[in-house]
Design a binder for this molecule. Structure first.
Ligand SMILES: O=P(O)(O)OC[C@H]1O[C@H](OP(=O)(O)OP(=O)(O)O)[C@H](O)[C@@H]1O
Ligand SMILES: Nc1ncnc2[nH]cnc12
Length: 177
């Protein structure tokens, strides 16, 4: 029997070619989440990755970032906040609009989500070009956060996303493509 520490999470992450557009190889974590043992192992490894940063809060990027940040906040005993697409968060919000390969996108945070200087780790499922995480970090700083790290399940290293980020970045699984 394979020991838990030897389990290769790549075995559980499915690749789907040409989704959502021709030419994109989509890394699908649904197949990892369907396997309770593998998902627990992934969350355990993420917890060990993030704990040394001693966060007060985890910031979850809509929507797949919610899937990793919520169980981790529970494991680490820290707070959880959402970075959402526009018009989803009640009360006062702060926005940041950023450029994508084609067009632009906006993320929002509640303006009272963070106490000044709180240590925040931003979490998403996957790092590709880095545009989403770079924008998330800018938005968190606008809201007063001390962003101490970024944590991912999957990193597509060939796209150079981590070069856009000025915080320490850790990922569990890397693909060159
Ligand atoms: O590094 P980048 O090039 O910015 O890409 C990474 C982002 O793309 C995906 O989100 P998507 O926009 O597909 O939304 P979803 O999480 O709602 O599926 C993924 O969950 C990251 O948030
Ligand atoms: N190749 C990819 N697979 C899954 N999610 C993504 N988000 C951005 N690029 C992606």
């Amino acid at each position: 029997m394979t020991k838990r520490e030897e389990i290769d999470l790549k075995r559980y992450i499915r690749n789907i070619p040409d989704f959502p557009k021709p030419g994109i190889l989509f890394y699908d974590i649904s197949t990892l989440m369907r396997e309770p043992d593998a998902w627990q192992i992934a969350m355990g490894r993420l917890a060990r990755q993030v704990a040394p940063w001693e966060p007060d809060m985890l910031a979850a990027v809509e929507s797949r970032g919610f899937l990793t940040a919520a169980p981790l906040a529970d494991r680490l005993g820290c707070g959880l906040l959402m970075l959402r697409k526009p018009g989803k968060l009640p009360g006062g919000t702060i926005s940041h609009t950023y450029d994508l390969e084609y067009g632009s996108d906006t993320l929002q945070i509640q303006d009272d989500a963070i106490k000044p200087g709180q240590r925040v780790v931003v979490m998403d499922d996957l790092l590709a070009t880095g545009g989403t995480l770079a924008a998330s970090i800018t938005l968190l700083r606008k809201a007063g956060a001390n962003v101490v790290g970024a944590s991912l399940l999957v990193e597509l290293t060939g796209l150079g996303g981590r070069d856009k980020l000025d915080v320490p970045v850790k990922s569990l699984v890397t693909y060159e493509e």
